[in-house]
Design a protein around this ligand. Sequence first.
Ligand code: NAX
Length: 328
Amino acid sequence: MSTPVKVAVTGAAGQIGYSLLFRIASGSLLGPDTPVQLRLLEITPALKALEGVVMELDDCAFPLLAGVETGDDPNVVFDGANIALLVGARPRTKGMERGDLLEANGAIFKPQGAALNAHAADDIKVLVTGNPANTNALIAKSNAPDIPAERFNALTRLDHNRALAQLAAKTGSTVNDITKMTIWGNHSATQYPDVFHSEVNGRNAAELIDDQDWLESTFIPTVQQRGAAIIAARGASSAASAANATVDHMRDWVLGTPEGDWVSMAVPSDGSYGIAEGIITSFPCTTAGGAYNIVQGLELNEFSRAKIDASVAELQGEREAVQALGLV
Ligand code: NAX
């Protein structure tokens, strides 16, 4: 067996953590031949609960789990990490303004970015799931000047997977029949799920559906509001599906996307599609050899352009807000 890959997870005692850790330890993240060491970060009051989760990890006797370290100091937990899944974040509570939310998360992601910069392995890849994911990733990236910027991603794969499921249901197909789905923009209600380049069994999805009203009034709002619908039904936010999407994103980043398809990843913009450089926004991406490329040359119709611009404008607003707070 090869040397264990060190996978750091923050918010490890939370809801998503409870699904995520077992998937990683079972081999879903890096495949059946790669042992992993889990390095779990929590805030001090949650360390006791984390102890219980670690007991359950022990009790699974996962052959690939080469060890578990826990702690409340990112400088220790991120030591030597090859992969960091930043899940723990400060949720929005009643009466909290956007500025308060960004400031509270800045207090988490600024020191975590600095700790990654100082202690992670040279090949570190960072994926932020904790909301507001795109801007939290921007804060972490900005505080890690020695780590290449493109190693900081945020999660829009859950939105991508939700869009696949909705399109499959509409077209009477399965998710296996669908390729080239794209989520553009922010992981928020302004995100734009785009089917104009998607294919269902090789046929253009928008042409196949031929129903702009369904796209505008059903598909897009259903995907955008899916998180709220799950909270309304379950009484708690998406956890297993969020953990699954976190695994999907990082697995594909490390192991590659299939030929002829792409995935949605929120990555630092290089100016592609005229999107402001530096913000972390969702694009269609292919991956190979542990690196990703933003898919180039897609034609955007007026409808898509307006939707993308609106979501990007929201991200630019968030960037200005965290700049004003001195977080980036
Ligand atoms: P929970 O509240 O169940 O768990 C969060 C955990 O993070 C808690 O155990 C808490 O103690 C820990 N934590 C807080 N601050 C920390 C810090 N500084 N260092 C380490 N750990 C810390 O939330 P959960 O349901 O697991 O969701 C986690 C995050 O994912 C939230 O921000 C949530 O909004 C976000 N989500 C993101 C999604 C996405 O698609 N990007 C979808 C699902 C989810 O809503």
